[in-house]
Design a binder for this molecule. Structure first.
Ligand SMILES: [Zn+2]
Length: 423
């Protein structure tokens, strides 16, 4: 299984928008930018919605056929481990092995010693093309990687070998994710984590580190953009070096999780990808359902009533709905509009508060984040919500395609210059 140099996590909470997401990728392909779609839905999301991995596969296959999509696509078992991978085996061909829980677990002493011995040849100043100053490799760095990450890499190996036994080698894409760790990994640490992965013989294709700054769901990056840009470049340099130096796949690439809506980063990321001629996997954060909500609000009538109801319920059940997402949202409760205010908004005002357009003075990032986790309320509406989506298909699809194409694909993969020419 191979991915294009660029790949993008797509799919949506309710499995309705695959075709309009593919439409965005088809528009990209018309500009010569070929992006592999990867349907991803985490175990957490399946549990909250009450869906199963088989549903995601079915939706992907149907959307691909309806959209006449002839290029490869994948279905991702997102953030799985040994305990949860089972029900994804049949329907997935991309496995995101989440090892965050094993970070910092004490490794086997002999394994740690043999890892450090194997890495001794890098002691000293290590020059890597694309990084201005050499990386200082000393024992404390190697010891730290062994101590913090070796158990995690071992755990990834176990999951990989299990999937390989069940599915057969070469039939799936392997990603390792460290992004839900407490601490970010430095580029130097990433390099030696990749060395450990090669010794574990996992043919990893995408790796998701935790970057500095906050990647919250549905809103822009919070942190120092220029610092991120430097770190991102160094990670790309490290990945290129690791792919040549260790026994790893040559098409190894970086994966960015919760990567949708990070508008302040895309110009920097685009520039760095060009500079290193590097690939990227960008996972989106399930925000497509917000485009559905936008569409319903814009449609007015029953659609707007449902959108208001979902907000009122989300506000009432604030604690419960936010709980599973506490580490990836940051809501200022004082800035949330009251139910009464929202009742007074017309559809366009509701949509303007929700749509991620920072230049619109109605835009409210707290409102947007709360609705993002409020999908459980929509899920509980069951067939009524789905039939509203179907009824207002055209306005929703326009929002879904537009959001993915104009706000994501163009600035990230095509670049601002081209982006401006199209405006
Ligand atoms: Zn993640």
């Amino acid at each position: 299984m191979t991915l294009n140099s660029y790949s993008l996590g797509i799919g949506d909470r309710f499995g309705q928008e695959g075709r309009s997401q593919l439409r965005a990728l088809q528009l990209g392909a018309e500009l010569g930018v070929h992006v592999t779609p990867v349907w991803n839905k985490s175990n957490r999301e399946h549990i909250i919605i009450g869906s199963s991995p088989v549903d995601t596969r079915r939706e992907a296959d149907e959307a691909v056929s309806a959209a006449a999509w002839y290029a490869p696509y994948c279905v991702d078992a997102d953030h799985i481990g040994l305990a949860t991978v089972g029900r994804f085996l049949e329907s997935s061909d991309f496995f995101t092995i989440d090892v965050a829980d094993y970070i910092g677990a004490t490794p086997d002493t002999e394994a740690a010693a043999s890892y450090v011995r194997a890495m001794e040849r890098f002691l000293g100043d290590l020059s890597i093309a694309g990084i201005p100053a050499p990386i200082r490799v000393d024992r404390s760095l190697l010891d730290k990687v062994a101590r913090r990450y070796l158990s995690a890499v071992r755990a990834a190996g176990e999951v990989y070998r299990y999937v390989e036994r069940e599915r057969g080698a070469g039939t799936f894409v392997t990603e390792i994710s460290l992004d839900e760790a407490d601490e970010p990994q430095t580029p130097a640490e990433l390099l030696f984590i990749l060395a450990a992965i090669s010794l574990e013989r996992v043919p990893v294709q995408t790796i998701a580190p935790k970057f500095s700054g906050a990647f919250l769901k549905g809103v822009d990056y919070v942190g120092d953009v220029s610092r991120f840009a430097r770190e991102f470049e160094e990670d790309l340099a490290v990945i290129a070096f690791a792919a040549k130096t260790f026994d790893l796949r040559r098409d190894l690439k970086l994966s960015v999780h919760s990567g949708s809506d990070k508008f302040s980063l895309y110009p920097e990321m685009h520039r760095a990808l060009r500079k290193f001629n590097a690939g990227l996997h960008l996972k989106t954060a399930g925000t497509t359902w917000l485009e559905e909500l936008l569409g319903l609000a814009e449609a007015g009538g029953e659609g707007l009533r449902a959108a208001r109801h979902i907000y009122a319920e989300s506000l009432r059940r604030y604690e419960e709905l936010c709980k599973p997402y506490l580490s990836v949202i940051s809501i200022d409760q004082f800035k949330l509009p009251s139910v009464k205010e929202v009742e007074a908004w017309n559809g366009l005002e509701y949509a303007a508060a929700l749509r991620h357009d920072c230049s619109d003075r109605m835009y409210n990032r707290d409102f947007r984040q709360l609705l993002h986790v409020g999908y459980k309320v929509a899920a509980e509406m069951g067939p009524r919500f789905i039939s509203l989506l179907q009824e207002h298909r055209s306005v929703i699809e326009r929002n879904v395609t537009e959001n993915l194409y104009r706000r994501h694909l163009l600035p990230l993969f095509v670049g601002e210059k081209h982006h401006q020419n199209l405006r």
